[in-house]
Every structure is written in C-alpha cells, then in structure tokens.
Design a protein around this ligand. Structure first.
Ligand SMILES: *Cc1c(COP(=O)(O)O)cnc(C)c1O
Length: 229
C-alpha cells in the first residue's frame, strides 16, 4: 500500500517535471508524516525517502529520537518562538518563518548551538485570513531584516495554497510564488538565496511542480487520511 502510493507520487512528480521541461530530480519529495506512527515512517524510509515533514515540534523531536539519523526533518507548521530551542539542532529546514520575532529567536538559538539554520519565508500568497505567512507586500522588507541576522540562512520561499477541489485553481498562486522568488533573486541581497520553493500538497503538487516547486509536501497521498483524535 505505502509502496504503491509512494511510487505513484514519485511517478507523478517525474511526469510533471518532464511535461514542464524541468530536469529529472529537480524536485524533492517531502513525505509529510504528521500523526503517523514511526513504523509507517520507517517503511517509507526503507523505500528510499529521506525527507520527512512534521508540523508540530513535540512530534518532530519524539520521532527524531526513534528514527535513523540521516533523515532530513522539515518543520513545515507554524512555529512558536518558545519552541525554537527544541528543534534548532534537529530540523534540517524550517519552512514556516513569517516574522522578524521568530527569525530573531531562531538566530539566537542557532548561535547558541553553533549551527546555521536554513529557513524558508512563508508567504500568504492567496491572502486568506486564516493563513499564516507574510503578505507579498511585506515580503522584501522582512527578508532584508532577517538577512542580516547571524547563523541564519534564507534559502527560499514556502506557501500553503488554499484547499481546492480543482488543483488548476492554485496554479495562479504557484506562478506568483515563482515570480516572487525571481524578483528577490534580482535584488541580490547578501546572505539570501532563492533556490528553494516549497509548495504543493496532495491535492495540487503536480501543478506546483509544473510552476517551479523544488519541494513538494505530500502527506495524504502517501500515508492515507489522517486521524486527529
Ligand atoms: C499537512 C500538511 C501538508 C500535507 O498535506 P496533504 O494534503 O496531506 O498532502 C503539507 N504542508 C503543510 C504545511 C501541512 O501542514
């Protein structure tokens, strides 16, 4: 079951890469394992996946201790400043930075632990009120302010697109995200890289790949529905 699901997702990614003229292997699949037990994660790990995504700090740290150390753990959910200290040396990348306050704390903890924190700036590209993320208007200013902090490296952008039935509806947002990344790159801001673009989930990742995603975050299509009890 997991094997078939995973093969399907990987095939869809490869097809989308090919359709849009991208290099094969340009896109990294992040298997979003939130709420799923370590046994299932290990199964997916044994099938070759090394990038996993969690949205809660405590869940990430618990799984971190129980699973192989070569897993790259991506923190993809909203992060509270008081929890940064628990994941600073465990998360390979933090996808959800959307305020200077949070970036300051990440920087401070990274200095303390002698690591460099790789972060993405979360953008609320659709303008939905319920969403986290910096607004497109404030994006450049936030990036400039974060870029001067020690021990933190901006690697690109991330977004959570709206939940839609027809994935084509989200193409406009993925196109915008790619354009933001291109615009920021042109500004040549020191210490800022735009090589990562984290967008696309189970419902729309093929469209995201066509529009330039380098990370897709796929949970349900690999692990099946989640049960929040
Ligand atoms: C849960 C989650 C995903 C994966 O969603 P699916 O629809 O299950 O693929 C991706 N990104 C974020 C930020 C999430 O919280």
């Amino acid at each position: 079951m997991l094997k078939e699901n995973l093969e399907n997702v990987l095939k869809n990614i490869a097809d989308s890469e090919e359709r849009s003229g991208r290099k094969k292997g340009d896109v990294t699949l992040i298997a979003v394992s939130k709420t799923k037990p370590v046994e299932m994660i290990k199964e997916v790990y044994d099938l070759g996946v090394r990038d996993f995504g969690e949205n809660r700090v405590q869940e990430l740290t618990e799984k971190y201790d129980k699973l192989p150390s070569d897993i790259r753990w991506h923190l993809i959910g909203h992060l509270q400043t008081n929890k940064v200290k628990y994941i600073i040396d465990k998360a390979y990348m933090i996808h959800s930075v959307d305020s200077l306050k949070l970036a300051n704390e990440i920087s401070r903890e990274a200095v303390k632990h002698s690591v460099t924190a790789n972060i993405l700036i979360e953008v609320n590209v659709s303008g939905e009120e319920s969403k986290f993320g910096v607004s497109p208007e404030d994006l450049e200013d936030l990036i400039r302010k974060i870029s001067v902090l020690p021990a933190i490296r901006i690697r690109g952008l991330m977004t959570v697109a709206p939940y839609v039935v027809d994935s084509e509806e989200n193409r406009q947002f993925f196109i915008k995200m790619k354009q933001f990344a291109v615009d920021i790159t042109r500004k040549n801001i020191d210490n800022v890289n735009m090589d990562c673009l984290s967008m696309g989930m189970s419902g729309d990742y093929t469209v995201a790949v066509e529009e330039g995603a380098t990370f897709v975050r796929v949970g349900t299509s690999i692990f099946c529905e989640r049960n929040y009890k």
